[in-house]
Write a protein that binds this ligand. Structure first.
Ligand code: 2IT
Length: 447
């Protein structure tokens, strides 16, 4: 048990070699709760931190499947039950070629604090595979999902672990996964979220992450006496999160001028609105993972191989993946007049970028900003348990209340003494998320 932060991190690195993303996430979270931890010896006495950074369970498995040419392929499947102090493990599945144990451990660790912030009874989990849906046919994706679930089904359940989507896992994949679970278990339960509306899904779940991001951004702006109306936004990504963000910003009178993919970014100074938003969905559905066709379709500029952080905007909202904003990007954004960055991707900023942005402009981390997605997953679980479905208005109203509460938690724990209404959102979100998990672990004994 260390009483020195650098010793704590050194020991972690020694026993988890090469898990860089996981180290980065732990360093960020534990770094910001360290003083609070030292001031509360009751946590130290039962070694809460060493327990918190060790996942309760890690399941890794072989996923064999047959492609359309009849060739046998093999991928690796994972499910991490990180922390169940507050409820059943809850978190998404990511299907992407970049997936490693380190990435899923960082995501599961972050998810624990994010879920705590939502105020709903959910523990933290994450899973996925290095399977890439890019270029795969529908039949291949179905066979992969069925094989994946053929192992996963024995480890999950509506009161044990409730997976959902993440990058590469949307409504289609959730359908295939759920269908196979139902067949193997002979049970129709709320074992997954993000389900289709007619078979247990919740209204607003597809939009929830993006809408929640924008509600949280509204609170951040309000804190500065500003409003979304008339503001210009840079958004990265073009998936589910970017889509929800862009739709809601349009509704509230803001203008989004960029979106991006692994191939580069498009700059649309007129703003991405109306049929252009629908076109994003078409692009996503092609499974090609590129945005360049948008530029051709609407006659705007495409910047191959570049990120959208060089465009002058008021607000930046990264919606793609981890570490998509580095220190150079952050400096460029600030130089170009950006005054706020709301991180919609999980750990969207590198540690250096997050630190720089916090000191220069207003920055909030993913676990607070994007928690609306998992929050509505929690509401989907409630509806499934009660065997009812709430109206769109009811779910949206609850989402707004939750995002408001998360913002208040950040203000409560992140107020910078003697700096007016300045909020340290990193500290606010991390301590706010930590306290509940730590207290629950304390109450449940050494488990
Ligand atoms: O990162 C996330 O919070 C998600 N991918 C959503 C998880 C969930 O269980 O809805």
């Amino acid at each position: 048990m260390s009483t020195n932060f650098s010793d704590f991190i050194a020991a972690l690195e020694l026993r988890t070699p090469g898990e860089n993303e996981f180290h980065q996430a732990v360093e960020e979270v534990i770094g910001s709760v360290w003083d609070f931890y030292l001031k509360n010896p009751r946590y130290q006495k039962v070694n809460i931190l060493d327990r918190m950074v060790e996942p309760e369970r890690v399941i890794m498995f072989r996923v064999p499947w047959i492609d359309d040419q009849g060739m046998v392929r093999v991928n690796r499947g994972y499910r991490i039950g990180f922390n169940s102090a507050l409820g059943p493990y809850k978190g998404g599945l990511r299907f992407h070629a970049s997936v490693t144990l380190s990435i899923l451990k960082f995501l599961g660790f972050e998810q624990t604090f994010k879920n705590s912030l939502t105020t709903l009874p959910m523990g933290g989990g994450k899973g996925g595979s290095d399977f890439s849906p890019k270029g795969k046919t529908d039949a291949e994706i179905m066979r992969f999902c069925q094989s994946f679930m053929t192992e996963l089904f024995r480890h999950i359940g509506p009161d044990t672990d409730v997976p959902a989507g993440d990058i590469g896992v949307g409504g289609r994949e959730i359908g295939y996964l759920f269908g196979q679970y139902k067949r193997l278990k002979n049970e129709f339960t709320g074992v997954m979220t993000g389900k289709g509306l007619s078979w247990g899904g919740s209204l607003i779940r597809p939009e929830a992450t993006g809408f929640g991001v924008v509600y949280f951004t509204q609170h951040m702006l309000k804190q500065l006496g500003k409003d979304i109306e008339g503001m210009t936004f840079a958004v990265s990504g073009f998936g589910n999160v970017a889509w929800g963000v862009i739709s809601k910003i349009n509704e509230l009178g803001g203008k989004v001028v960029t979106l991006s993919g692994p191939d580069g970014y498009v700059y649309d100074p007129q703003g991405i609105s109306g049929e252009k938003i629908d076109y994003m969905l078409e692009l996503r559905a092609t499974n090609n993972d590129i945005v360049e066709p948008y530029a051709r379709e609407f006659g705007v500029q495409f910047f191959p191989g570049k990120r959208p952080w060089e465009v002058p905007v008021d607000v930046a909202i990264p919606c793609a993946t981890q570490n998509e904003v580095d220190l150079d990007d952050a400096k460029m954004l600030v130089r170009q007049g950006c005054t706020l960055l709301a991180e919609a991707s999980n750990m969207g900023c590198t540690a250096e970028a997050a630190e720089y942005l916090s000191s220069q402009i207003v920055y909030a981390p993913g676990k607070a900003v994007n928690a609306g997605g998992v929050a509505v997953s929690g509401l989907e679980m409630s509806q499934n348990s009660m065997r009812i479905s709430w109206t769109r208005e009811e779910v949206d109203a609850r989402l707004k209340v939750i995002m408001n509460n998360i913002h208040s938690t950040c203000v409560n724990y992140g107020k910078v003494p003697g700096a007016g209404n300045r909020i340290d959102y990193i500290k606010g979100a991390n301590i706010g998320g930590f306290v509940k998990v730590a207290d629950a672990m304390l109450a449940q004994g050494v488990v």
